[in-house]
Design a protein. Structure first.
Length: 198
């Protein structure tokens, strides 16, 4: 049996999706949306970092002051409760900074991918590579090249099986006969087609 490999150049979907002019317009609109998202995330991240610095370096917050008063009064339960609340607030602010930084980094990589000509596709259930049947060498070479670019978080295969958000196929899921597997690179939850075969 001969396996036909189709390595997807970034805009190889032109003839399938729409006229070239529409693809260019779509690509430009994605870049503009990315610029807006990046600017919004940068602003939110800056505010979150400032707020975290204020809480960590500034005067004690209400819970911290309450804890100190409770300790002086010998109210150990109140001191504990207010100490936990204060620590939880700081942890929450730190988590927000980490999540916003991650989202910003993904938005920047998304923009680079789109500017390079990769276009996102509809989000479909996809399985991690270790759950895929035999992947042809040409597709593995595509993974190697895409991985070297540093743009993608991970790679998966869309083969018609239902999968959870982590790429694990459902127990009773089977690849459908007659469907061409699609190799995709992920940036966050966005999928970019890289190759497919028959």
């Amino acid at each position: 049996m001969k396996t036909a490999i189709v390595s997807v150049s970034p805009l190889a979907v032109n003839s399938v999706v729409a006229a070239r002019r529409d693809i260019d317009h779509y690509q430009r609109s994605l870049v503009e949306q990315s610029d807006d998202r990046i600017a919004d995330l940068e602003e939110r991240l800056l505010k979150a970092r400032v707020r975290l610095d204020e809480v960590e370096k500034g005067p004690p917050d209400g819970h911290q002051r309450a804890k100190e008063i409770a300790e002086r009064l010998g109210l150990r339960g109140q001191a504990y409760d207010h100490g936990m609340a204060s620590a939880a607030h700081v942890r929450s602010l730190r988590r927000r900074v980490v999540l916003l930084a991650r989202d910003l980094e993904q938005a920047l990589r998304f923009k680079v991918a789109v500017e390079a000509g990769h276009l996102p596709m509809p989000r479909l259930p996809a399985v991690r590579l270790e759950h895929a049947s035999t992947i042809p060498v040409e597709a593995l070479e595509s993974v190697e090249v895409a991985q070297a670019s540093g743009l993608f978080d991970e790679f998966r295969i869309i083969d018609g099986r239902e999968a959870d958000i982590y790429g694990t196929p459902r127990r009773d899921a089977r690849a459908h006969a007659g469907r061409d597997p699609i190799l995709v690179g992920l940036i966050g939850r966005e999928m970019f087609p890289l190759a497919w075969w028959r």
